[in-house]
Ligand binder design. Structure first.
Ligand SMILES: [Zn+2]
Length: 121
């Protein structure tokens, strides 16, 4: 009788353990998904000229920023979660020809204008 009771208790505990593990996994997955979503949408576009930050924009919102200095101008476009330089009057046009960037750490540099467009977290 005593032994049977013990076995029953063990079964209940193991069932609870399974539920606990499932709940724990579900919570872990939810945190993981939430972190992914917040990371994907939390990027910023930092525009630096001559080492100074001139503008910080959100990567989520489509925007157009015109940078102007005595050296010239650059038109920075944010569209569909990516950044590119649409137009510039620099002599090399490297920034204009640069492909669209969308990942953290990527940057478009316009050497003649000392302009850096980078994606930050
Ligand atoms: Zn350029």
């Amino acid at each position: 009788m005593n032994k049977l009771h013990q076995e029953n208790e063990e079964k209940i505990i193991s069932k609870k353990d399974v539920i606990f593990i499932i709940v724990l996994l579900a919570i872990t997955m939810m945190i993981f998904i939430f972190m992914r979503i917040s990371r994907d949408t939390g990027y910023n576009v930092k525009i630096t000229a001559d080492g100074k930050t001139v503008k910080t924009l959100s990567l989520d919102k489509d925007a157009e920023y015109v940078f102007e200095s005595d050296k010239g101008y650059n038109i920075v476009i944010i569209k569909d979660g990516g950044v590119c330089v649409k137009e510039a009057d620099c002599p090399d046009k490297i920034c204009v020809n640069h492909k669209k960037i969308s990942k953290v750490g990527e940057a478009i540099i316009c050497l003649p204008h000392k302009l850096v467009v980078e994606i930050r977290e």
